[in-house]
Ligand binder design. Structure first.
Ligand SMILES: [Zn+2]
Length: 518
């Protein structure tokens, strides 16, 4: 509603573009890398690369700030509600009746595609679009997220998806194992193995048009320790070494001058102040809340899908009375941050405002509360989180500034050198920007925008007069804070959500809430 006055501005310009056949794009994802850990000491290779390219100082994850959600947003260029991946863990009774599912596991993805006619990820991914233009892609992910990035539907042009030591097509794996041995079990070695699989095996016959390397670090170690822990800093150094390996391989292939390299993280990171056992708390308060079902749910039963810093609530039969009681309970709690509901309610925002509405939406989504206070290693950003990890450990997926603000650095022939970009940017902007670089026009309008203000050829007009960087540069980003309240006899619930906008692309900056007793 509040955005009704904002003009319509199409992000990726439609119309013909010249295919750029000689260009390569390499995306390296450092899972969970906070931008404030990029430094000459922590990340020497990335530091040097950033000096040769452009640092995006105001980059955003999509909400929930979780891996599968942001991986899918990165490669589709659309918000979660539109691509279908709205959380890492969701309850989809049509896929699995008895518990929440991990959205990326092969059996789930396959069933989801069967049920939707191949639209489990509802829009084409970057890899699919590049393949359709007749060019080759390689996805090399140390984590399971790889399957969501390219599940190899249709023509593949000898393209490959590697995900946590598995591959599509399946027979590619033997050539990698022959050279590198089996996929290791230790996190840092998994990243090193996946990096070598890319540079030494999958790039053997040349660097393809699009490559994406997904490193599991520093995410995995930050979960086991916390942001700023010695082990987490070592994991960041390991990610930097993988980047150095990729850049050296590009140099060796004489491909540096024709390759744009993007270093991006899927989300930021926080430290858990309190672990909140919502299932117990709700059951103690007279709700029937479950994470496992033994038989058919009864109307009013609440199925929980925990996502670390956010929780999804599915109320059986969508019983309105129970949804209302649940929301009012959360609003009077000391752990709720921002509450989104499918049906409009006092003191909540709609799922639409977080861009997470789809056919399988939960009734209620809650982001936990956060603070900017420091953890045991002097690193800012504390959150309450679900029952899955203990206080003092790292996690994410809230609307905290520290989860939603993530890393993006780009360098290569299409980017300005030695500059910074202070305009709001986000993970949904990568796909439209890369498609523009490769001269591919998506069939449907994307939600992200082309980062033309950061690009050397940004000023050039597309043939039919599309997006101009001058337009973007003259377009001051707008920021608004939404606020909503609910009064109770004992006090008032208040929650806020800050949103930035450039053109028609919106970015969620941060959101939080609190109950103020009378
Ligand atoms: Zn992640």
């Amino acid at each position: 509603m509040l955005f009704a006055s904002w003009g319509v501005f199409c992000a990726p310009a439609p119309g013909a573009q010249e295919p750029n056949e000689s260009r390569h794009v390499v995306i390296v994802v450092w899972d969970g890398m906070r931008p404030d850990f990029v430094s000459e000491q922590n990340t020497p290779a990335l530091w040097k690369l950033s000096r040769e390219g452009i640092i995006f100082h105001n980059h955003h994850a999509v909400y929930p700030s979780a891996t599968m959600v942001n991986g899918t947003a990165l490669v589709t260029g659309v918000y979660p509600g539109r691509n279908g991946v709205i959380a890492n863990h969701v309850y989809r009774p049509d896929i699995v009746l008895h518990h929440a599912i991990d959205v990326e596991i092969p059996a789930v993805v396959q069933k989801g595609d069967e049920l939707s006619g191949g639209k489990y990820v509802a829009v084409p991914t970057l890899a699919e679009l590049v393949q359709r233009s007749g060019r080759r892609t390689v996805i090399a992910a140390a984590k399971t997220v790889g399957l969501l990035l390219d599940r190899q539907i249709g023509a593949v042009q000898k393209s490959v998806t590697l995900f946590a030591g598995k591959s599509l097509p399946a027979d590619i794996l033997s050539s990698i194992i022959e050279k590198l041995g089996p996929f290791p079990s230790a996190h840092l070695q998994q990243d090193a193995w996946t990096t070598k699989a890319l540079t030494d095996v999958l790039w053997k016959d040349g660097v393809p048009t699009l490559s994406l390397l997904w490193l599991g670090e520093p995410d995995l170690t930050q979960h086991e320790s916390a942001p700023g822990a010695p082990a987490a800093l070592a994991a960041i150094k390991s990610a930097d070494e993988s980047l150095a390996t990729v850049l050296a391989a590009l140099d060796q292939s004489n491909a540096r001058a024709t390759t744009d390299v993007f270093i991006v993280s899927d989300h930021g990171f926080s430290t858990i102040e309190r672990s909140i056992d919502l299932r117990k708390i709700l059951n103690d308060s007279g709700f029937t809340a479950k994470t496992e079902l033994t038989d058919e749910p009864k109307p009013g039963d609440i199925m929980l899908a925990g996502n670390g810093g956010s929780v999804l609530f599915y109320v059986a039969g969508h019983e309105e009375k129970i949804i209302r009681r649940l929301v009012e309970f959360l609003q009077q709690s000391d752990f709720a941050g921002v509450i989104f509901t499918k049906q409009a309610m006092d003191g909540t925002f709609g799922l639409d405002q977080a861009k997470i509405t789809n056919d399988h939406s939960p009734d209620v989504v809650m982001s936990f509360r956060w603070k900017d206070q420091k953890n045991q290693f002097g690193v800012s950003g504390m959150i309450d989180a679900d029952w899955q990890r203990a206080a003092g450990k790292g996690t994410h997926a809230t609307l905290s500034l520290f989860d939603m603000h993530n890393t993006l650095i780009a360098a290569g022939p299409d980017f300005r050198r030695g500059q910074t970009d202070d305009l709001p940017t986000g993970n949904t902007d990568l796909a439209p920007t890369i498609l523009r670089i490769l001269g591919i026009t998506p069939q449907q309008q994307l939600d992200g925008r082309i980062l033309s203000e950061a690009m050397t050829r940004g000023e050039r007009r597309s043939r039919n007069g599309g997006l101009q960087s001058a337009d973007v540069l003259s377009r001051k980003p707008e920021t608004k804070t939404l606020e909503t309240k609910k009064d109770f006899s004992s006090g008032t619930w208040k929650q806020t959500l800050r949103i930035s906008r450039v053109g028609s692309t919106i970015y969620l900056d941060e959101g939080n809430g609190m109950f103020i007793p009378k």
